[in-house]
Write a protein that binds this ligand. Structure first.
Ligand SMILES: [Zn+2]
Length: 694
């Protein structure tokens, strides 16, 4: 189960063969990859009546501008757009992940499904309080897979962000706790290094090799290394309720490294003891280990190692260890995990801190990030192939989050202000990552093609370059609307609901309203309206002192924005959408609860707009981002936008069809139509008729 990047690339170049005359399809016929499969698809297809199936491939953050930008460079993209229908898709505000994977899955606008950004503030909560939205029980609208199940269809959900906790009675659910598989990580990634100075690196202590057992005679031993793997970095964002990051303790465990020459090549052997007869991996520079069994804190798991540095003398060594994935607990029905591992490898999505985050802190460069993405893409393709051949299914929905991470990290480098050299490097890297994604999509489409299958490639939002932060928390403080109190024990500050009449959270302002917020302070009626008006007037005046121009594109009452799909109890009293390049100082409650002194100091900064670097240094972001998705769903700078992507291909789809826009709420009703079922109960979208031949 080693790393198979080269094979993966080659598959993308396989000639495409059309299977069904009269049907123009993105998917090619079965390739030589599966010689045992009968023509026409699955092994058991011969006994079934043909039935339509829909596979929805979710590429987080993939924007239509990127699809078009790389079309000529990536054959899989071109083929998909030539044979299928393509349109930008407009999502609901909040232009983020939990919100819009819910929109996709329910066909309902935010006002109806009620999943409002990463944290929902609910009726009866204290001002500033909220609950994480990666929670399948929190949505107020039926999911497509439940509508399908009610109507006798069977679904497979793979790493779909809001599928957890699992509510399907009869289907397959893999992961789905938040963005990634991290909820099932036995150990988080490690960078083990003898010489590099990188954030969160673990020192490898080199010395004279002694007391090693079972060293093969061909090994010319140079030295040994020892590392203590103790605390680790954890970043979780899942239904289990945690939005957080930081250092967590772990049982200290040692790993030993024997460095030697064998046949003139310098290599290393990694082991849990000084026994060369029990290696975890034997690797030369640049090698990946493939999935190897590991054991941390008494728990068996799988991870991959790669040797990033190893000089011929063996004096400079860096080893990277991926997330160590649990062997069970992440798939339904139980017991499926082992079969997935055997056929596709360990379940990991965001192998890293995530490749983008590790890139950001200098653990490795873009080449290794691409290799990691390929490992994950390979897992998705193989998992789909395995499930396709072993499960009866009608609807398959999968989600790959990493493209969003890469966009956060790199997209802003495409901005003309960065200069041609940075532009072209970022362009090449982004193009390569998008190539990996669409090769995966092509492979999945080929696998699932039985002449009656549809493939959708969809995303949840786009991304926009970011250079400045709107210090909206500071403004709210100075106007006397929001107060913070310090916890003397922890030294941290939290929003004080007893002394605050309003608070900026997510995309706007909540009023501390009597009868709605717990211990609300503001009377409904004229007092509430007057405060709202004051806040709107104030935020409309926020300008960037460098340009003299306003930084919000719209500041308005919730009820004036119903056309954007936002209404109801779970949405803010006032919405404020920033222009591209600006992000408001909001986000989940990490911006208002338990915040450190440095962050409070930036709130106290009298500037209303703060450079991104200043805000990042104060802890606003955990790494240097160049782009973020916030503001209006239609926000654009030409080469990038907040818009999502909708691509459909399959029998009867208009080849090369285009539309100026569809809505993201249209995905579920269109998929329902293709499956021949009624859409989910609260669905508000429409069938994308212009994608279908008359
Ligand atoms: Zn997303």
């Amino acid at each position: 189960m080693g790393f198979r990047h080269s094979r993966f690339r080659l598959l993308g170049l396989l000639p495409i063969l059309l299977l069904c005359a009269g049907f123009v399809q993105f998917a090619a016929a079965q390739t030589t990859e599966h010689p045992d499969s009968p023509p026409g698809g699955r092994a058991d297809a011969g006994v079934r009546k043909p039935k339509p199936r829909v596979v929805i491939i979710g590429l987080d953050g993939m924007m239509p501008e990127q699809v078009e930008r790389y079309r000529n460079r990536i054959p899989e993209v071109d083929r998909l757009l030539t044979r299928g229908f393509f349109s930008p898709a407009i999502e609901s505000p909040y232009t983020d992940t939990p919100t819009n994977w819910t929109t996709i899955a329910t066909g309902a606008w935010v006002g109806t499904h009620g999943i409002t950004s990463f944290d929902a503030h609910l009726r009866g909560m204290l001002l500033g309080d909220s609950t994480p939205t990666f929670n399948s029980r929190l949505a107020q609208a039926e999911y497509l897979w439940h509508a399908a199940e009610r109507q006798g269809k069977r679904s497979i959900l793979i790493n779909y962000p809001i599928a957890f906790p699992k509510l399907l009675k009869n289907g397959v659910v893999i992961g789905g706790d938040g963005l990634t598989s991290r909820a099932w990580a036995v150990r988080h990634p490690d960078l083990i290094t003898s010489f590099r100075r990188v954030p969160r690196g673990k020192p490898l202590i080199l010395g004279v090799a002694k007391d090693w057992k079972n060293v093969p005679p061909s090994y010319k031993v140079l030295r040994e290394g020892m590392v203590v793997l103790s605390e680790q970095v954890r970043i979780e964002w899942g239904a289990s309720g945690l939005v957080g990051s930081g250092i967590i303790p772990a049982t200290a465990e040692r790993r030993y490294v024997l460095i030697f020459k064998d046949g003139g090549v310098t290599k290393l052997l990694l082991s849990a003891s000084r026994d060369a007869g029990k290696p975890i991996a034997v690797l030369a520079k640049g090698d990946w280990s493939g999935w190897v069994k590991e054991n941390f804190s008494g728990k068996e798991c799988l991870r991959q190692y790669k040797v990033l540095d190893l000089n011929p003398e063996g004096t400079e060594v860096t080893i990277y260890g991926t997330i160590a994935a649990a062997l069970s607990g992440w798939a339904y029905p139980p017991g499926l995990e082992q079969r997935i591992i055997e056929n596709a490898g360990a379940y990991v999505e965001a192998l890293e801190l995530s490749p983008d985050q590790a890139l950001s802190v200098g653990w490795f460069g873009t080449d290794v990030a691409k290799e990691l993405m390929s490992i994950q893409a390979e897992w998705f393709a193989k998992t789909v192939a395995y499930l396709n051949r072993t499960e009866d299914w009608d609807l398959m929905m999968m989600h790959f989050h990493e493209p969003d991470g890469i966009n956060h990290q790199e997209l802003g480098k495409l901005d003309p202000s960065m200069g041609p050299e940075i532009n072209s490097r970022a362009d090449a890297f982004l193009g390569d990552t998008i190539s990996i994604l669409f090769q995966m999509a092509a492979r999945i489409a080929r696998e699932c093609d039985d002449g009656h299958s549809y493939v959708m490639v969809v995303s949840d939002h786009g991304n926009l370059p970011l250079t400045k932060i709107i210090n909206v928390q500071g403004i709210m403080m100075r106007e006397g609307w929001t107060s913070y109190a310090k916890n003397e024990k922890t030294g941290r500050w939290s929003l004080d609901p007893v002394h605050s009449v309003a608070a900026f959270e997510n995309s706007g302002v909540w009023i501390n309203l009597k009868g709605r917020e717990l211990n609300g302070l503001v009377e409904p009626g004229p007092e509430y309206e007057e405060l709202r008006t004051k806040i709107i007037n104030r935020l409309q005046k926020v300008t960037d002192s460098e340009t003299g121009k306003p930084v919000f594109s719209i500041v308005a009452k919730r009820e004036d924005l119903e056309e954007l799909g936002i209404w109801g109890d779970r949405t803010e009293d006032v919405f404020a959408f920033g222009k591209p390049y600006y992000m408001a100082w909001s986000g989940p409650k990490s911006m208002t609860i338990n915040i450190p002194e440095e962050l409070m100091n930036t709130y106290r900064d009298s500037r209303e707009v703060i450079p991104l670097a200043t805000a990042t240094a104060a802890g606003y972001y955990d790494r240097t981002l160049t782009a973020d998705h916030w503001g209006l769903p239609t926000g654009t700078v030409g080469y990038a936008s907040n818009r999502a992507t909708f691509i459909l291909s399959g029998p009867g789809v208009v080849p090369g069809g285009r539309a100026a826009r569809v809505n993201l709420v249209d995905v579920a009703p269109t998929a329902s139509h293709l499956l021949g079922i009624r859409p989910p109960e609260q669905c508000e979208g429409r069938i994308v008729w212009q994608a279908l031949e008359k």
